[in-house]
Design a protein around this ligand. Structure first.
Ligand SMILES: [Cu+2]
Length: 163
């Protein structure tokens, strides 16, 4: 079975997640706490018929509403690209000044993203640019964002089915 491989991957990928956080923190001079809650995506296994592929989702504790504004269509595989993530509170007011950490992977395969995406630039009207996104293959991917802002730290996950 693949259990042995998954366990190995988890061990190997932990330093990679720490690197993602370090980059994000350097870019925004924020505390590293926002990254601490993002490590659980591999345990969030969802059966195929129960996966929600919405582009807009409310964070786990209900603090923020997060949308993938770009790419418009299905993200490419095997190609470096950027995402624009929109963050607002649940009344629709844009949230600027957040620190966003990125993690993700394929729960069915036990591997993470091939790159270490991080937010870059200054958020504008609740829009955050995430650089360095890349998906190495087709299939079910989970991308998880940890969002730290004055209203609190929360996380949101998106499911993607890439062809
Ligand atoms: Cu895979």
């Amino acid at each position: 079975m693949t259990l042995g491989i998954m366990r190995l991957d988890r061990t190997v990928l932990r330093p990679a997640a720490a690197v993602v956080c370090a980059i994000a923190v350097t870019a925004t001079k924020a505390s590293p706490q926002a990254c601490a809650i993002q490590q659980g995506w591999k345990k969030d296994f969802i059966p195929a018929d129960a996966r929600d592929f919405s582009r807009t989702r409310v964070t786990q504790s209900g603090l923020y509403r997060v949308s993938i504004k770009a790419p418009d269509a299905e993200p490419p595989t095997g190609k470096l690209h950027e995402w624009i993530l929109h963050v607002e509170d649940t009344t629709g007011v844009a949230v600027d000044g957040a620190t966003i950490c990125v993690d993700g992977g394929m729960p069915e395969h036990g591997h993470g993203l091939p790159t270490s995406p991080a937010m870059s630039g200054v958020p504008d009207g609740g829009d955050y640019r995430i650089d360095g996104m890349k998906f190495s293959m087709s299939g079910w991917w989970v991308v998880k964002f940890a969002i730290q802002a004055p209203a609190g730290t929360d996380s949101v996950r998106f499911n993607l089915q890439l062809r």
